[in-house]
Design a protein around this ligand. Structure first.
Ligand SMILES: C[S@@+](CC[C@H](N)C(=O)[O-])C[C@H]1O[C@@H](n2cnc3c(N)ncnc32)[C@H](O)[C@@H]1O
Length: 242
């Protein structure tokens, strides 16, 4: 199983403060693209689990997976069984299908580092879908990355009555691998902690992604902007099983 760090059990606690995500809007757009009103859904790389919970509340049967066992255990301890959280990930995806929709958002498909792994992973997703089922994933393509993001800087300072958080990020990109070292300095009633998270993602050009997708029977229904947001660098790939 390939494993990329990011969204640890520590940052999970501070996730809503670090990222202002509108999970309802993201999931509405996802369902609109998938043209789905009911059924079985697989969330791959569920992170904080917010998207999977929205879908479960809307009546879908949701399996949500992540390679980070600690956060999967935390989610399961709070879940009523839907979503069902499992510790697995690309490319193996040890889950039972078939699903009407599989999705990998928040760039979780970018923890697959080689062309061989990408093709193995996408073929596995294909095998987990019903005929006509959809696979929707987003990516930060190598051709749209903004060099202004590179280097080291303090990019979050959060001041709340119960805690203070400062994050310093160091972002590098060598043309293929995007690395993000994040230093979190957190002061709360338990004292001060310094946590370091290293995220390593593979960035592809849009044409490379289309080339790898074309090795499968998936049909590209569209390539859109990031779900829930306008004018971001991320692209959403919408595929259908033929
Ligand atoms: C940036 S988070 C995105 C979380 C959530 N999907 C969202 O949109 O907010 C990326 C997630 O991918 C997970 N991940 C890393 N390697 C993975 C793999 N090989 N397969 C599936 N998920 C993986 C990480 O543990 C992390 O929770």
């Amino acid at each position: 199983m390939l494993k990329g760090e990011c969204v640890s059990e520590t940052t999970l606690k501070y996730y809503p403060y670090l990222y202002k995500r509108d999970r309802n809007r993201e999931m509405s757009e996802l369902l609109f693209h998938a043209k789905l009103l009911q059924g079985k859904i697989l969330d791959i790389g569920c992170g904080d689990g917010g998207q999977a919970r929205v879908l479960a509340r809307r009546g879908f049967e949701v399996t949500a997976v992540d390679v980070n066992k600690k956060i999967v255990d935390i989610h399961n301890s709070k879940s009523n069984g839907n979503p069902k959280f499992l510790c697995t990930g690309f490319p193996d995806l040890a889950v039972e299908g078939p699903f009407d929709l599989c999705y990998a958002l928040g760039m979780s498909f970018q923890f697959v580092y080689t062309r061989e792994e990408f093709i193995k992973a996408i073929q596995r997703v294909y095998s987990l879908l019903k005929d006509g089922g959809m696979f929707i994933f987003d990516m930060m393509p190598a051709d749209t990355i903004n060099p202004e993001q590179f280097g080291r800087r303090t990019d979050r300072i959060i001041v709340k009555p119960k805690f203070l958080l400062l994050r310093a990020s160091d972002v590098q990109f060598d043309g293929q691998i995007f690395t993000w070292k994040a230093d979190y300095h957190i002061l709360n009633r338990h004292g001060y902690r310094h946590i370091v998270e290293n995220t390593k993602m593979r960035l592809w050009k849009e044409e490379d992604v289309c080339g790898m997708v074309s090795t499968t029977q998936f049909q590209v229904q569209g390539i859109d902007g990031e779900l829930g947001y306008d004018n971001t660098m991320n692209k959403t790939f919408i595929l259908q099983k033929r």
